[in-house]
Design a protein around this ligand. Structure first.
Ligand code: NAP
Length: 280
């Protein structure tokens, strides 16, 4: 049961949520299933998608379908997209949520680390998008949602991922125009700091989550529902006049504050307002 939307909002729609077995993706899958959609969740690990699909099916009273798929594997992506159309009769909504990164100062990111993050978050998103377009959407229309990250000010400690996500946001604007006449709407949601599984990677002992909370003007982390509700809005007719956009959901984070320390230079001069000679 959705706490926000009419329960038949997505009735008859077929949706694929990548990374739908955990965190934000599982919450989007839950919201969509509760709104009447047929939902498929896909990620690399059976141990993520199968238990989530079983639990969500029970909770929502409709079958949520698990699929194992690495979004970097183009052949597998094409197979999965074709199977969604074959098994469910259409492919109306794609949520590119699967992804991830690791926090690292730029000078410590290895070539492999950079390639892996870009390969998943940028190329993987492209693979899925083309897969869905080729299998269904170019002929029949659809809605695509890309989950990105805060990127307008860059993202310190995440040079690889913010580069990939900015690429996704630029690609989104481009496809919004190229595929407008195909009836495809495509948008991004840029989450701020969300209390989701992705943040479990930070060691609890360091109290990083409390530091994070402190740099958000609302002084709290976001909830997964707060992303899922926007994902439902944009996937429904409510979003029919929105395309090529990135909607930021961050409690004001991008407008203020950062955690990244910038050391003072040794010769830092005192801040004194300058005066002209005739003012002496
Ligand atoms: N939590 C936040 O504060 C936050 C903020 C900004 C953006 N985001 C982004 O939002 C998305 C969801 O985040 P989350 O917090 O829910 O983290 P999460 O639980 O780590 O979600 C990532 C999901 O992506 C899947 N995935 C990773 N690589 C994949 C691949 N190559 N192919 C298919 N699936 C893959 C993972 O499943 P498998 O391991 O089974 O593949 C997992 O289900 C991520 O893209 C994340 O970067 C999160």
């Amino acid at each position: 049961m959705s706490s926000i939307f009419r329960t038949d909002l997505l009735e008859g729609q077929v949706a694929l949520v990548t990374g739908g077995g955990t965190g934000i993706g599982a919450q989007i899958a839950r919201e969509y299933a509760n709104l009447g959609a047929t939902v498929v969740i896909a990620s690399r690990k059976e141990a993520n998608v199968v238990p989530a699909a079983t639990a969500l099916s029970e909770e929502c009273g409709r079958t949520v379908h698990p699929i194992v798929c690495d979004i970097r594997d183009r052949a597998r992506v094409a197979e999965v997209c074709a199977s969604i159309v074959a098994d469910h009769g259409s492919f109306d909504i794609l949520v590119n949520n699967g992804g991830g990164q690791f926090f690292s100062p730029a000078e410590l990111i290895t070539p492999n680390g950079f390639d892996a993050v870009v390969g998943t978050n940028l190329t993987g998103t492209w693979n899925m998008t083309r897969g869905a377009a080729d299998a269904w959407m170019l002929k029949n229309g659809g809605r695509i949602l890309n989950i990105t990250m805060l990127s307008r000010r860059g993202f310190t400690g995440m040079a690889h991922s913010v580069a990939a996500r900015s690429g996704v946001e630029a690609m989104t604007k481009t496809l919004a125009i190229e595929w407008m006449s195909r009836g495809i709407r495509i948008n991004c949601i840029a989450p701020g700091l969300i209390a989701s599984s992705g943040l479990k990677r930070y060691p609890k002992e360091l109290g990083v989550l409390n530091v994070m909370k402190g740099v958000v003007p609302m002084k709290r982390l976001g909830r997964r529902e707060e992303i899922a509700w926007m994902a439902a809005y944009l996937a429904s007719a409510a979003g029919d006049y929105i395309t090529g956009e990135t909607i930021t959901i961050d409690g004001g984070k991008e407008l203020w504050g950062d955690m990244w320390p910038i050391p003072d230079p040794p010769d830092m001069t005192p801040a004194i307002p300058e005066t002209d000679p005739w003012e002496e």
